[in-house]
Design a protein around this ligand. Structure first.
Ligand code: WQD
Length: 346
């Protein structure tokens, strides 16, 4: 019997890619738990199309403790939980802070209580480079302290990490890994699974592909007057399949007892900073498409540059990025085209 892993947010962008990697590893049974308020149950079919496996899906709200615990009891014994389920839209978190605190922290509280009540020994927590805020010293390492959170979303990730730290201190048999993602982009190279952006996406890559396919008229580059090599903001873009692979390696790291403390933290980034204009250039070159964009003003809250030093994950998890910026822009475009074809077939 393979160790059973509960993947909350399992029909979401990173959750579904992680389920695919868990299946590809051949070592785990993955179970998706997701109320699909920000995703769709059709993702389960896409996972099956790619892996041949139809994973079990519980359409449960993690904040609904009674329903969540009933699901846990039904699925026991459980070897670990990978907790992705959270809202992650930065501007929305500014408009609706309480919705973010209630959902992101309430769900984590139920996950931790389930680990305690049902003796679930491992937890992998989806965190974000946004916990660092506006860092001056680059590259960022795990020792870089939390910065002033630039939005409630980032604040929920800081508080979430601290909740896990204090819980781990009281539960020595509980083992956890916190993974801080930089900028996840791209999709499964098959082009058959990807991010279902909201009608009006906020993140760069989905906007680039929606402009390229004509769903959006024009891309605005938010500022080219920053103190960077080409004036546009620099980020550490990382392929979503590399992020997913890190979750499998983090589970193996805990199961093989390689962790020193029972709450370990790792940065997941490529270690390379890439600018907005360089992303546009790569997208145009790799996909042979001219993008319609203009240069606009700065977006409030943007930091000029942030990128990671992922040496700790390389060394302790044996995790390395396999995909390049070209793979990211190619797979992002393939997915956007797949979405259009699926819509036309409806
Ligand atoms: C990247 C760069 C924009 C759109 C956010 C969250 C982070 C994580 C990833 C959840 C910036 C520029 C963007 C556009 C642009 N989310 N841009 N025109 O802001 O680095 O990170 O998403 O985990 O927590 O903070 O990502 O993709 O929004 O922006 O010029 O139309 O692209 O200014 O420099 P960001 P992003």
């Amino acid at each position: 019997m393979k160790p059973k892993i509960i993947v909350t947010g399992g029909t979401g962008y990173i959750g579904s890619h992680t389920i695919i990697e868990l299946i590809r590893s051949g070592e785990f049974e993955a179970v998706a738990v997701d109320n699909c308020v920000r995703s769709t149950p059709e993702t389960i079919g896409r996972i099956k199309e790619i892996t041949g496996i139809c994973v079990k899906h519980h359409a449960v709200d993690i904040c609904d403790k009674k329903a969540f615990f009933a699901m846990i009891e039904q699925e026991a014994p459980i070897a670990g939980i990978i907790h992705f389920a959270a809202y992650k839209c930065v501007p929305e978190s500014v408009e609706k802070p309480l919705m973010y605190y209630r959902n992101n922290l309430g769900s984590l509280e139920n996950v931790l209580e389930a680990c305690e009540k049902y003796h679930i020994p491992q937890l992998i927590f989806s965190s974000s480079a946004s916990v660092y805020g506006d860092v001056k010293e680059l590259p960022v390492t795990e020792a870089t302290p939390f910065g002033k959170p630039f939005c409630p979303y980032a604040h929920t990730k800081q508080i979430g990490e601290q909740m896990i730290h204090f819980f781990a201190e009281q539960h020595p048999d509980f083992q956890s890994v916190i993974l801080r993602y930089f900028n996840p982009v791209g999709n499964d190279m098959s082009g058959l699974n990807g991010e279902l952006s909201p009608d009006k996406p906020n993140n760069l890559m989905p906007i680039v592909t929606q402009v390229a396919i004509g769903k959006m008229k024009q891309l605005t580059v938010f500022g080219t007057d920053y103190d960077t090599r080409d004036g546009s903001c620099i980020r550490d873009y990382i392929h979503v399949c590399d992020i997913a692979d890190a979750h499998v390696k983090a589970l193996q790291f805990l199961m093989n007892g390689k962790n020193e403390s029972n709450c370990e933290t790792f940065n997941l980034g490529s270690g390379n900073g890439v600018s907005v204009l360089e992303i546009i250039d790569a997208f145009e070159k790799v996909n042979g498409i001219k993008l319609n964009y203009i240069i606009g003003g700065r977006r409030p809250g943007d930091v000029p540059a942030i990128y990671s030093n992922s040496g700790r994950a390389n060394e302790l998890l044996g995790w390395h990025c396999r995909y390049t910026i070209n793979d990211m822009v190619e797979s992002a475009w393939k997915w956007e085209q797949h979405l259009l074809k699926s819509k036309q077939a409806e």
